[in-house]
Design a protein around this ligand. Structure first.
Ligand SMILES: Cc1ncc(C[n+]2csc(CCOP(=O)(O)OP(=O)(O)O)c2C)c(N)n1
Ligand code: SF4
Ligand SMILES: [Mg+2]
Length: 249
């Protein structure tokens, strides 16, 4: 693994968790941007609380380890305070689409220049697997069956006039790196969702992985809607587009 911006903190993710791959992709991006002339102190990271947010401890970068659902307003405040910083916010699907969805909606509307990276494992994993807004229809959790169609966050972002919307496959570290790098360099709010199965509380998501396919970077809004409609976050049959779904400078 890339070492340069690592910390000495012991990594406590479950062995094999795709969060390791997301960490590696982020390290490669930051290292590449540093090689291209940026300084380590040009970056600032903000996290929520959750398995995803442990990434804060594993990156030797300045920032704030925030509250669940609140990474976005923290990131916006930091960016307003020091517009020269490149600000990255990390959240889970529980933090982004449930606890903090109001912040997500207004940050997209305001188009604040931050990169939001969402680790979507379709579960509140740190608190043992309760359902989130993207939990699949029909999933059985303890004695209950989810009878609610999931939110489609890509459609939500497009409906709010988001200017950078992307979806990543964590197993493709280089493509995830490429997309995160573009999101950091993009001037405006960038929405990057990573489909990250949780080995313990959403192992069924491995069925989705066979449906991943890469798309070309897209700049046409009507195509973006067509791409967004291809997967409903429940189906094990529908194709799942991976890549930059919409980018408008
Ligand atoms: C305001 C607040 N509400 C609830 C919690 C409890 N809590 C901590 S982590 C978590 C679940 C996190 O799920 P998600 O955001 O999807 O992240 P994951 O663990 O799946 O990466 C919850 C409910 C909290 N810490 N703070
Ligand atoms: S509980 Fe799930 S998301 Fe959390 S570290 Fe383990 S595999 Fe990863
Ligand atoms: Mg989650």
């Amino acid at each position: 693994m890339t070492k340069d911006i690592s910390t000495k903190s012991q990594i406590t993710w479950c062995p094999g968790c795709p969060n390791f791959l997301i960490l590696e992709a982020v390290k490669r991006v930051i290292n590449e941007l540093i090689k291209e002339g940026n300084k380590q102190e040009d970056f600032c990271i903000v996290t929520d609380i959750g398995c995803n947010s442990k990434i804060y401890d594993y990156l030797n970068l300045s920032g704030v380890y925030g509250l669940h659902g609140r990474a976005v307003p923290l990131a916006e405040g930091i960016k307003i305070g020091n517009p020269k910083l490149k600000v990255l916010a990390f959240q889970g699907d529980g933090g982004a689409y449930a606890e903090g969805i109001e912040h997500l909606i207004h940050a997209i509307r305001k188009n604040t220049d931050i990169s939001l990276i969402i680790h979507n494992n379709e579960a509140f994993s740190l608190t043992t697997g309760q359902p989130t807004p993207t939990t699949p229809f029909g999933k059985k959790i303890k004695n209950e069956e989810i009878k609610l169609e999931p939110l489609n966050p890509i459609k939500l972002a497009l409906s709010l006039n988001a200017k950078f919307v992307a979806r990543c496959n964590p197993y493709d570290i280089e493509d995830t790196k490429r997309i995160i790098k573009k999101s950091i360099l993009f001037k405006g709010f960038s929405f990057v969702e990573i489909i990250q199965k949780c080995l313990i509380f959403s192992p069924e998501m491995s069925i989705f992985e066979k449906n991943f396919y890469k798309i070309e970077d897209n700049k046409r809004l009507e195509n973006a809607w067509e791409i967004a409609n291809q997967w409903n976050y429940s189906s094990t049959e529908q194709k799942i587009p991976i890549g930059i779904i919409y980018e408008k400078n």
